[in-house]
Write a protein that binds this ligand. Structure first.
Ligand SMILES: *Cc1c(COP(=O)(O)O)cnc(C)c1O
Length: 392
């Protein structure tokens, strides 16, 4: 059967793999040997499920919107990842990876972060488990994301400002990989999205797949069928989207819509529409679509949303796009802002700016009245209040 899942060599179609320096070879091999065995074990599963339930607050509700559904003339459900502890889907992944790190005998946790959401989710689980935590963050991001920097520090993490390159997420990731190269034996690198060398994209997708597992059950209860007509999610690196579609990828009855950040317009030179602008290349250990110039130098992405401005994309999504399994839409800053205000005024929910990109896709799709749409609200808007107030 045709599948969009990863193959045993770590590829999604032609994308993926593990392009890593020699010194990390053993680390990545060890992880590859451990992750499936641990994730599929009963004892891991019990502990993971217990923490997701009692600590994160899962299952997250599947909420049938009233006024929004009416406006678009169909049934729009929101998968409420914004209600999770720490305010987004990222914690589903960090809980899983820290349990794995502990089982592998690692004592030191490192992470990269852009907007600081993954940094906070990592610092949170490190506090929970009493583990040492170092977060790499571009200096530019440290300055513009102070509340998250302060949260990480309060949680006991060391935040290291990175001054190379443009001093943003890509540079923080480079620095985290450098650290990992220096401490391969005691350190576990918790990557925040479905990016990086195999097995990270598959591991993160599996840990986020609790989202689609719950959607199946919840739709069955509410609609008497366990699949929607459309799944809609935003993509930065691809983790909330991967979790949303995981159990539906090979089910062609379900249309998949991915919203990436168009910035000021995809041909404006200020965009993060990686899937549409990217060319094939290697970034942070994976062969995927990358925003790059003719010399293969990474082009700095731009988006109003700090969580979506990554110059690469997960290999799973690169494959979903080139095989046309998924529809990819670029949603510009102004469209995302309008969608955020619309949800706030119509449903009383202030979404994260990232999630607002998924909401911005609704305008561009044509629904039938009997269509069932599930849109993942990846996070809440508290962290974006300043941007919202400046653009009201
Ligand atoms: C980090 C983040 C994203 C983007 O990351 P993905 O890996 O693509 O999901 C989207 N929404 C929120 C709220 C985030 O914090």
């Amino acid at each position: 059967m045709k599948t969009y899942q990863v193959n045993k060599n770590g590829y999604y179609g032609e994308f993926g793999g593990a392009y890593i320096p020699e010194i990390l070879h053993q680390c990545v091999e060890d992880l590859k040997k451990a992750y499936l065995e641990v994730l599929e074990s009963d004892s891991f599963h019990k502990e993971y499920i217990r923490l997701l339930r009692d600590y994160v607050g899962r299952p997250s509700p599947l909420y049938l919107t009233g006024r929004l559904s009416k406006k678009y003339g169909c049934k729009i459900y929101l998968k409420r990842e914004d209600l999770n502890h720490t305010g987004a889907h990222k914690i589903n992944n960090t809980i899983g990876q820290i349990l794995l790190a502990r089982r592998m005998g690692k004592t030191r946790i490192i992470a990269e972060t852009g907007a600081g959401q993954h940094g906070v989710a990592t610092a949170t689980v490190c506090a929970l488990m009493g583990m040492k935590c170092i977060v790499y963050m571009g200096k530019t991001d440290v300055e513009r994301q102070q509340p998250n920097v302060k949260k990480m520090q309060m949680l006991g993490a060391t935040v290291i400002p990175v001054t190379s390159g443009n001093m943003t997420l890509k540079d923080a990731t480079n620095e985290a990989i450098r650290d990992w190269c220096c401490h391969p034996s005691d350190t576990f690198y918790i990557i925040g999205s479905t990016v990086g060398p195999h097995p990270y994209p598959d591991m993160v997708a599996r840990l986020q797949s609790v989202i689609s597992e719950e959607i199946k059950k919840q739709l069955m209860e509410k609609e008497g069928r366990d699949y929607p007509d459309y799944l809609v999610a935003c993509v930065g690196g691809g983790s909330n989207a991967a979790g949303t579609i995981y159990h539906y990828m090979d089910d062609e009855r379900v249309k998949i819509v991915l919203a990436e950040a168009g910035g000021k317009g995809i041909y404006s030179g200020m965009s993060a529409a990686t899937i549409q602008l990217g060319k094939k290349g290697i970034l942070h250990g994976a062969y995927t679509l990358v925003m790059q110039d003719e010399d293969g130098q990474i082009e700095e992405p731009y988006s109003i949303s700090a969580g979506l401005d990554y110059p690469g994309i997960g290999p799973m999504h690169a494959n979903l796009s080139t095989t046309q399994r998924a529809t990819i839409l670029a949603i510009n800053d102004d469209e995302a802002l309008a969608a955020a205000f619309e949800l706030t005024k119509m449903e009383g929910i202030i979404p994260a700016l990232e999630s607002a990109h998924a909401l911005g896709a609704l305008n561009k799709l044509h629904f039938k009245s009997e269509d069932i749409i599930v849109l993942t609200l990846s996070g809440r808007g508290d962290k974006d209040m300043e941007t919202y107030l400046n653009n009201d």
